[in-house]
Ligand binder design. Sequence first.
Ligand code: GLU
Length: 505
Amino acid sequence: MSVRVRFAPSPTGPLHIGGVRTALYNYLLAKQQGGAFILRIEDTDQKRLVPGAEDYIKQSLEWLGLTPDEGPGYGGEHGPYRQSERKDLYAKYAEQMVADGNAYYAFDTPEELDKMRKDQEALGHHSAKYDARIRLQMRNSLTLDQEEADKLIAEGKGIIRLKMPADEDVSFVDLVREKVTFNTDQLDDKVILKADGMPTYHLANIVDDHLMEITHVIRGEEWLSSTAHHVLMYRFLGWEAPKFTHLPLILKPTGKGKLSKRDGAKFGFAVFPMEWYDKKEEVTYAGFKESGYDPKALLNFLVLLGWNPGNDEELMSIERMTELFSLDKIVKSGARFDVDKSKWFNQQYLMSTPDAHLLPPVKAIKPEGLVVEDAYLTKVIGLMKERVHHYGDFYTEGSYFFSAPTEYDDKQIKKRFKPEIVPHLEVIKAMVSTHSGDPSAMSTAVKGYLSDKELKMGVYLPLLRIMICGRLTGPDLFDIIVALGAEETSSRMVKASEYFNATLS
Ligand code: GLU
């Protein structure tokens, strides 16, 4: 049987970076095994739906290159792939479980449920659950007489709950954890069908995994405890369960707990693949895309958050990840989200990618109003790419390639500038014009002049750099000068000399 995996997000908001990792691992297994990667939208909880979230999820997957083989809008023979469009499919399975004595109708009102919890707490049972111990004290088809129950069901007042067997160990194999066991006494009688006929996550999830012929379920660790319920439902319905793998948490950069969107806002980095405007909070959350990451670098960073190839290979293309990926190398312990490491991956990607390939994405985030030719931008990319981490850095760190500095490092100027050096700077300015097309000839000429006159390189070269770039860091000065051209360089030197004189007079 060929591998079929699914990524099954609920469109309740943007795709968290942990969700992207889940999608990636599913995608890698599917591609490696020649199987299918399916996108299923789990939207049964209509109250929690957020407009735009489904589109956001699809756009993010496409930006990352994790395009589904099947899914809403992607075709496939197991559709529809949006659970709300499959609504009529689920009830019969819940009813079958009732008929077989594995589930029952419940009629308790929210007030009655609340009272049950309070009563239980008063008796010292904290976090009381609707379970085997409680169910016979509640209003359901196990306690009401048949006629009354049938009437309530006919009126559409019943929900269906799973009937957990008493004190039974339910075990399943998780490919990361090996054998996992839950005792049913710790598990509640989960609601599987709501009064309006809509299934809950648990029922819809297993029915769809079965009908869509899913072979492997790869999802976040938070679903581990639900898996016992799922395994029981597979048994109740006489279906074979898929293989389960639960992925470790992604932890905050520092401290305890899992990475949240608040961490991103607090520390100033993205936790979402693309920017997301939260209408309720009126807050825009940063995206990796807009922060200037390349999707290939982001995937490379993410694949190693919870998995490794078993050696120290770090830099991997998607093809290489596909080749090396294996579920048994997924780790159990949480993976720390290291922002610096994500930058490092992006930098490595920039360094190993031809300048011309970097042009389109760099151009795509060009600041508004900036007019720059492709050939020039490509040259800047080549000079700067070893020094930047993100696409946007080309414009910020390399701002002097696009406009003359408006500020100079006064401290550095004061340290080096004396009026007697002005005539020498004039000579250097002339040399710049003479050798305007050849950085190494220009470098030789300027350095030769300084050494002939016994002038200090450590004074003149930094000053020259400040005149042209406003700051002391950057690629080779003569490469910058050649890129800018003689005219622009001269004009910057004139402007800077005026500033230097004014500063020091
Ligand atoms: N809808 C669930 C979620 O958003 C899917 C869990 C699963 O993959 O089974 O996480």
